[in-house]
Design a binder for this molecule. Structure first.
Ligand code: NAD
Length: 430
C-alpha cells in the first residue's frame, strides 16, 4: 500500500460500507464488482456449505472488517478481520498507528514445520526402542516423504524425527514435516498413519494415536515493536507514564495466571479474526497459543512489554511469540470466496507471511487493551461502540442507531431498557 493510500485509510471509519469497499478495491487494483462478488452471501453459498460439513441448515454471518495503519517489516498492509465484538478493529487499528510511529512491526517466522505424533505403549524397553528408532531415522523419513507425494513438489517434506519417552512404557515419536503453504493437519495425519506401523514394529510396542500436535512449536512466529513514548501521550497523562503503566500491566500478567488468561484473550482478539477471515482453523491456533503459554508449567502471557533503557530515545518495546499453524492453500479454503478475497486484501504471499500478519495484529490488540486498561479503563471506549449494538438490539434502524447510541453513551446507561426509552422518545411514541 502506498503512503497516500495509508493516509486515506485514516478516514475509513467515517465512510459508508460501499465507499470502504471502493477504497479497498482501488488499493488492491481490482474492480469493485469483483470485491462485491467475492463477498456476496458472505463468500459462501449454502449449496457449497452443504458439501463442506454435515447437517447444514444455512450459513451464519459475521462482520468482515479491515484493520488499517498496519506496517510489517516496512510494508504497509491491510488486515482482514472477522469478529462479532465491537471495538476490536478500532482498537487494533489505533494501536497499529502508534506502532507505525516507531517504524512498524518487525516480524519473523520459523519454517512451516508441523509435528506428527506417533504414540507407542506397552513398549518393553523404551530406552532401547529410542535408540533403534533413531538408528533408522533416514529410512523412516524417506517413508514419510513417500506418504505425501502431493506436498513434495511444493518444497515440503519430512525434516526430522524426535523420540520422547513419556514414562510407564509409553513413548512418542515426532515426525517433523515442512508443510509449506498448507496448515498441514491432513498431510501430517496421513504421514503418521502411514509410518506408524513401521515405527511400532521397530519399537516392539503397541501402536496408539497417530495425529498432529497442535502445540506446533517448530512453527513459531515472533513480532517486535517499538513505540516512542511521545506517541503514547494522552489528554491526562504523558507518554512516559503510560509506558510505565503498560509495563506494569505486562508484569502483572507475567506474575499472575488469572491476569495472563485475560491478557492473552486480548491478544487473541486480534489473531482470531485474521485467522477466521482467511479461512483457517482458529481452534487449532487457540490450542497452540494456550499450550505455548503454559509450556513452562505455569500459564504465562505470550506477549510482554518493557520500557527501553535508552534515556535519549525513550520507547515502549513489545514482543510476542507463539506457534502459528496457518494455511493459504488446502483445507476448506478453496470453498470460501470471502476467505480467498481476505488473503488478497492482506496481500498474503505465504503461510509464513500470514502468520506474521496475524501475530502483528495480536500484538497491536494487546497494546490497545493494556493502554486503555492502564489509563482510562476499557469501558469508556468499549461502551460507546457497544452502544450501537444495544441500540440495534432494541430495534433502532438507519439514523436512529447513531442517535440512540449517542444518547445512551452520553448518559452512561448502555443497556436495552435505556435504549428502548430513548428510541420511543425519538419516535414520539408514548
Ligand atoms: P489439505 O489436506 O488440503 O492439504 C494441503 C494440500 O495442498 C497438499 O497436500 C498439497 O497437495 C496442496 N498444495 C498446493 N499448494 C501447496 C503449497 N504451496 N504448499 C503446501 N501444499 C500445497 O490441507 P491440510 O493443510 O493438510 O489440512 C488442513 C485442514 O485440516 C484444516 O481444514 C483443519 O481444520 C483440518 N484438521 C485439523 C486438525 C487439528 O488441528 N487437530 C485435525 C484434523 C484436521
Amino acid at each position: 500500500m502506498t503512503g497516500a493510500a495509508q493516509g486515506k485509510m485514516s478516514g475509513l471509519h467515517k465512510m459508508q460500507v460501499s465507499e470502504r469497499r471502493a477504497l479497498v478495491a482501488a488499493e488492491l487494483g481490482i474492480e469493485a464488482a469483483e470485491l462485491d462478488r467475492a463477498l456476496e452471501a458472505g463468500g459462501l453459498e449454502v449449496q457449497t456449505a452443504d458439501k463442506q460439513i454435515e447437517n447444514v441448515i444455512g450459513t451464519y454471518a459475521l462482520p468482515l472488517s479491515v484493520a488499517v495503519h498496519l506496517v510489517i517489516n516496512g510494508e504497509p498492509r491491510i488486515a482482514p478481520m472477522v469478529v462479532e465484538e465491537p471495538s476490536v478493529v478500532a482498537a487494533a487499528s489505533a494501536a497499529c498507528k502508534l506502532v507505525a510511529k516507531g517504524g512498524g512491526f518487525q516480524a519473523e517466522t520459523d519454517e512451516p514445520v508441523m509435528i506428527s505424533q506417533v504414540q507407542l505403549y506397552d513398549v518393553p524397553d523404551t530406552a532401547a526402542a529410542k535408540k533403534a528408532i533413531e538408528a533408522q531415522r533416514e529410512d523412516i523419513l524417506r517413508q514419510a516423504d513417500a506418504a505425501m507425494p502431493t506436498l513434495l513438489p511444493f518444497g515440503g517434506g519430512a525434516r526430522g524425527l524426535e523420540v520422547r519417552e513419556l514414562g510407564g512404557a509409553m513413548m512418542v515419536v515426532h515426525l517433523l514435516i515442512d508443510c509449506r503453504d498448507a496448515m498441514g493437519a491432513n498431510i501430517v495425519n496421513t504421514v503418521a498413519e502411514k509410518v506408524g506401523p513401521r515405527i511400532s514394529s521397530i519399537a516392539g510396542g503397541k501402536l496408539g494415536l497417530r495425529i498432529l500436535s497442535n502445540l506446533a512449536d517448530h512453527r513459531r512466529v515472533r513480532v517486535r515493536c517499538r513505540v516512542p513514548v511521545e506517541a503514547l501521550t494522552t489528554r491526562e497523562r504523558d507518554g512516559a507514564e503510560v509506558a510505565e503503566l503498560v509495563e506494569q500491566a505486562s508484569r502483572f500478567a507475567e506474575a499472575d495466571p488469572y491476569r495472563a488468561a485475560t491478557h492473552n484473550k486480548g491478544i487473541m482478539n486480534g489473531i482470531d479474526p485474521v485467522v477466521i477471515a482467511t479461512g483457517n482453523d482458529w481452534r487449532a491456533v487457540e490450542a497452540g497459543a494456550h499450550a505455548w503459554a503454559a509450556r513452562r508449567g505455569r500459564y504465562e502471557p505470550i506477549a510482554i512489554w518493557r520500557r527501553s533503557g535508552d534515556q535519549h530515545e525513550a520507547a515502549l518495546l513489545g514482543s510476542i511469540e507463539l506457534p502459528m499453524a496457518l494455511g493459504i492453500v488446502g483445507g476448506t479454503l478453496g470453498n470460501h470466496r470471502g476467505a480467498r478475497m481476505a488473503l488478497r486484501i492482506a496481500r498474503i504471499r505465504s503461510s509464513m507471511d500470514l502468520a506474521m500478519v496475524a501475530a502483528s495484529v495480536g500484538l497491536a490488540s494487546n497494546l490497545a487493551a493494556l493502554k486503555a486498561l492502564a489509563t482510562e479503563g476499557i469501558q469508556r471506549g468499549h461502551m460507546s461502540l457497544h452502544a450501537r449494538s444495544v441500540a440495534m438490539s432494541v430495534g433502532a434502524m438507519g439514523d436512529e442507531v447513531e442517535r440512540v447510541a449517542a444518547e445512551i453513551g452520553r448518559t452512561g446507561a448502555v443497556n436495552p431498557e435505556a435504549a428502548s426509552e430513548v428510541l420511543r422518545r425519538l419516535r414520539g411514541e408514548p
